[in-house]
Design a binder for this molecule. Structure first.
Ligand code: GCW
Length: 646
C-alpha cells in the first residue's frame, strides 16, 4: 500500500473464488489502441483475480475468453457463452466497455455473461474546474492532476484517470475551468497544442475525448481585436481560423464548453446579441471540424439588489433560453444544471428541460460536493441523480422523463491529486455512480452503490450491510441537518461550507429566504414570481398548490408561516427542529457504525474516513444548533420536546 502513490479505487481487483475456466486463456484479435487497452485490462484483471497469468493466444480450442474486434465505431458490445468459453465481441470502444463489464461482473460474483449492451447517451462527460496554476475551483481532493504551474501534465496518473473513467462508462472530459482565467485562455494558442495533442492521445486509448473550456472574449484576449461581437466578420474569422488550426494539431478534440454572460464572464449580451447568436457563431467554427459546442445556460443576474423582490433567479434560465428553442445549430447542446438555481442539496428539476423541443440538451450534475459537504461529509448523490433522470416532465406523450429528453450527461468532477482521488474514500461512489447512470439511467442506486462498495472494499457482507444503507440514506441525512425544506443557501458565503442562515440574505446573488419573525420563503406560484408556470401541467399546478407541493420542496416554492401545519400534523417549525435533531443523530450513527468496520478494512482507509466522520459530526452539530437557534430566535416558538436550542 505505502509504495502506491494513489489509490486504485474500484479497479483494485481482488481474488475471486470459483473463477470460470475461460479466465485461463484469452484468445484475442485486438488491433486498435482501445482493443489493446481492453486486452491489457483483462490480462491484469485476470491475474489479480485468479493469481495466474492467463495465456494470450491468437487461436485456441479449449475454454477461453474469445475477444473479437469488429470495425464497429460505436460503443456497444456483446457477450455470448459458448460451452466453457465466452465470446466478447465489439468495435474498439465496445471491447473496452465489455472488458470492464466482464471484470466488474466477475468481481461482484457474476458468472454468466450473455447479451449485448450499449450506452444510453453518446456523450457522458466530466467537467473539471481546474486552473492552470494547479488549483481547482470547488476542488476538495487536492490540486489538479492536469495542470501545474501553467503546464499541462501527462503520464501514468492521467492514464489511470482515463481507466477509471472508462471503467464506469465516462467518455469525455473537459479539463479546464469554465471560468477561463489567465494562462488557460492561452490553451487556444499553438504553444500548448503539442501537449494537448499528447494528452488527447493518452485519453483516447481509453475512449475518453478531450474538451476545452474557452473564453468568449478570446478574440480580444488573444486575437488583438477590440470586440468579441459574434456578428462581427473578423470575430467569426478569428474563431474559424483558430479552431481549424487547433483541430489540425489536436484532431480528436471533442469541442468547446462555454460559460458566457454568467457570473461576470464575457458573452454575446455585451453586444446586444442573443445567446443563440453567440453560440451559433462558435458552433459554426466547430462544425467544420466535426466538433460540438456545449453552451451553458447558467445565465442570471448576479448583481441583483436584495431589496428587489420581483426578480426571481430561479426563473432566469427558462426566461433566457425557452424562447430560443429551435434557434440553435445542430452541433450545439445547451448545458443545463439539474436544478434552476445552483446545485443545492434539494432543488426541483429545472423546468428548462421540458421547454426544449427542437434543441439538444446536456444535463449538468455536480459530483464535487460544493453545497453537499465538500467531501468531508458523506453525501451519496446517486439516489438524487437517479431521481432527477427518472423525473417526468409531462412535455410530450410518453417518454417524457429527463432521461428520455436530454441528449447527453455531464458532471462537475470531484477529483484531484489526493491519494484517494476524491477527498473522501466513500465519495468515489458519486463519481462511479454518475458514470454508471450515464451509461444506463435505469440502474438502481442500490445496484450501483453495491457494486462500488464491493469493488472498492471487498465482498465481506458486514461491509456491504453497513455501507450500503449508510450511503443510500446519506443525502437525506445531510438534507435534514442543513437548510430546511428546499430553501437552500444558508451557507457561509464564498467557500460555502458550514451554516450561515443570513449568509446570502443581503447580497447580490439572488438567493433570498426573506424570513421575518412570522414567516419565511419566496412565493413562486402564480401569485408570486410565477416560476411554477415554467413547468408543464400537472407539475405547474402541483407545485403552485401548497397542499400538493412535495413537502421537501415546500420552502422552495412557497412563503409560509412557521405555524403552517404539515401533513402529519406537526408545525413547519417543529418539523425544522425535528429534522435537525434527527439528521445530526443519524450522522453520529454513521460515525459509530464506521468504527465497527475497523477490523475489516485497510488501516489507512479506516483512519482517513474516521477523521472525515469526526468532522462531519462536528459540522452537523454546528448546523443543527445554528439553524435551530436561528429559527427559534426569529419565531420565539420553542421545541415541543424541550430539547436544547440556544
Ligand atoms: O455554484 C457556482 C460556483 C462557482 C462556479 C459556478 C458555475 C465555476 O460557486 O464556483 O463557477 O457555480 O457553475 O459556473
Amino acid at each position: 500500500m505505502s509504495s502506491m502513490e494513489y489509490s486504485k479505487l474500484w479497479l483494485d481487483w481482488r481474488r475471486i473464488s470459483d473463477a470460470p475456466d475461460f479466465m485461463k486463456t484469452i484468445c484475442a484479435e485486438a488491433h486498435s489502441a482501445q482493443g489493446k487497452a481492453a486486452l491489457s485490462e483483462l490480462r491484469e484483471g485476470f491475474v489479480a483475480m485468479t493469481g495466474d497469468e492467463p495465456a494470450i493466444l491468437s487461436e485456441c480450442s479449449g475454454a477461453c475468453l474469445h475477444m473479437v474486434e469488429t470495425d464497429d465505431t460505436g460503443e456497444g458490445y456483446a457477450f455470448s457463452a459458448q460451452g466453457e468459453s465466452l465470446r466478447l465481441e465489439g468495435g474498439p470502444r465496445g471491447l473496452l466497455y465489455g472488458a470492464f463489464d466482464l471484470l466488474r461482473g466477475l468481481a461482484v460474483g457474476k458468472r454468466c455473461f450473455n447479451g449485448s449492451a450499449a450506452p444510453r447517451y453518446p456523450l457522458r462527460m466530466l467537467d473539471h474546474w481546474d486552473n492552470m496554476d494547479g488549483s481547482v475551483e470547488r476542488g476538495y481532493a487536492g490540486n489538479s492532476f492536469f495542470f501545474e504551474d501553467g503546464r499541462i501534465l501527462n503520464g501514468p496518473r492521467i492514464r489511470d484517470y482515463a481507466r477509471l473513467l472508462a471503467s464506469c462508462g465516462i467518455n469525455g472530459c473537459c479539463i479546464n475551468n469554465v471560468n477561463v482565467k489567465a494562462e488557460a485562455v492561452r490553451l487556444m494558442t499553438p504553444k500548448h497544442w503539442p501537449a494537448l495533442a499528447e494528452l488527447a492521445r493518452t485519453l483516447e486509448e481509453y475512449g475518453v475525448g478531450l474538451w476545452l473550456s474557452v473564453s468568449f472574449a478570446a478574440p480580444m484576449e488573444l486575437g488583438g481585436l477590440e470586440t468579441a461581437d459574434p456578428m462581427d466578420e473578423r470575430v467569426c474569422r478569428w474563431w474559424a481560423d483558430t479552431t481549424a488550426a487547433l483541430y489540425n494539431a489536436v484532431p480528436n478534440l471533442g469541442g468547446f464548453l462555454v460559460k458566457a454572460d454568467s457570473e461576470g464572464r464575457p458573452g454575446p449580451f455585451t453586444y446586444g446579441r442573443t445567446q443563440a447568436e453567440g453560440a451559433n457563431m462558435l458552433a459554426r467554427a466547430l462544425a467544420k471540424q466535426g466538433g460540438k459546442l456545449l453552451w451553458r445556460c447558467f445565465v442570471y443576474n448576479c448583481t441583483q439588489d436584495w431589496r428587489d423582490t420581483r426578480t426571481d433567479r430561479a426563473r432566469a434560465q427558462c426566461d433566457h433560453f425557452a424562447p430560443l428553442d429551435g434557434h440553435f445549430d445542430d452541433n450545439v447542446l445547451l448545458q443545463i444544471k439539474n436544478g434552476p438555481v445552483d446545485f443545492q442539496p434539494r432543488e426541483p428539476v429545472s423546468p428548462l428541460f421540458g421547454r426544449l423541443e427542437r434543441t439538444s440538451s446536456i444535463i449538468e450534475f455536480q459530483i464535487a460536493q460544493e453545497y453537499t459537504g465538500q467531501q468531508k461529509h458523506l453525501c451519496c448523490l446517486i439516489p438524487m441523480f437517479r431521481d432527477i433522470l427518472q423525473f417526468r416532465l409531462y412535455h410530450r406523450p410518453g417518454n417524457d422523463r429527463v432521461a428520455d429528453t436530454v441528449s447527453a450527461v455531464c458532471a462537475v468532477s470531484n477529483m484531484g491529486r489526493d491519494f484517494n482521488w476524491t477527498g473522501h474514500d466513500l465519495a468515489g461512489a458519486n463519481l462511479y455512480g454518475f458514470g454508471r447512470l450515464g451509461w444506463n439511467p435505469d440502474l438502481t442506486a442500490e445496484e450501483i452503490v453495491r457494486e462500488y462498495t464491493v469493488l472498492s472494499f471487498g465482498d465481506d457482507p458486514k461491509i456491504t450491510e453497513t455501507l450500503l444503507p449508510m450511503q443510500l440514506s446519506s443525502r437525506a441525512v445531510y438534507e435534514k441537518y442543513t437548510a430546511p425544506l428546499g430553501i437552500g443557501w444558508m451557507v457561509n458565503p464564498n467557500h460555502h461550507y458550514g451554516p450561515n442562515p443570513d449568509g446570502y440574505e443581503y447580497d447580490r446573488w439572488g438567493t433570498y429566504h426573506r424570513a421575518t419573525n412570522t414567516e419565511i420563503g419566496v412565493e413562486r406560484g402564480p401569485r408570486g414570481t410565477g416560476y411554477t408556470m415554467q413547468y408543464r401541467l400537472p407539475l405547474s399546478a402541483i407545485y403552485a398548490d401548497i397542499d400538493t407541493c412535495p413537502e421537501e420542496l415546500l420552502l422552495f416554492f412557497h412563503r409560509l408561516p412557521y405555524t403552517y401545519i404539515m401533513k402529519d400534523g406537526r408545525t413547519l417549525i417543529q418539523r425544522v427542529y425535528d429534522d435537525h435533531f434527527e439528521g445530526c443523530a443519524a450522522a453520529e450513527e454513521f460515525a459509530r457504525k464506521w468504527e465497527e468496520l475497523e477490523p475489516l478494512l485497510p488501516q489507512d482507509v479506516f483512519e482517513r474516513v474516521r477523521l472525515r466522520f469526526d468532522e462531519q459530526c462536528r459540522s452537523a452539530r454546528e448546523w443543527r444548533d445554528v439553524i435551530n437557534s436561528w429559527f427559534f430566535r426569529r419565531s420565539g416558538i420553542p421545541d415541543v420536546h424541550g430539547r436544547e436550542i440556544y
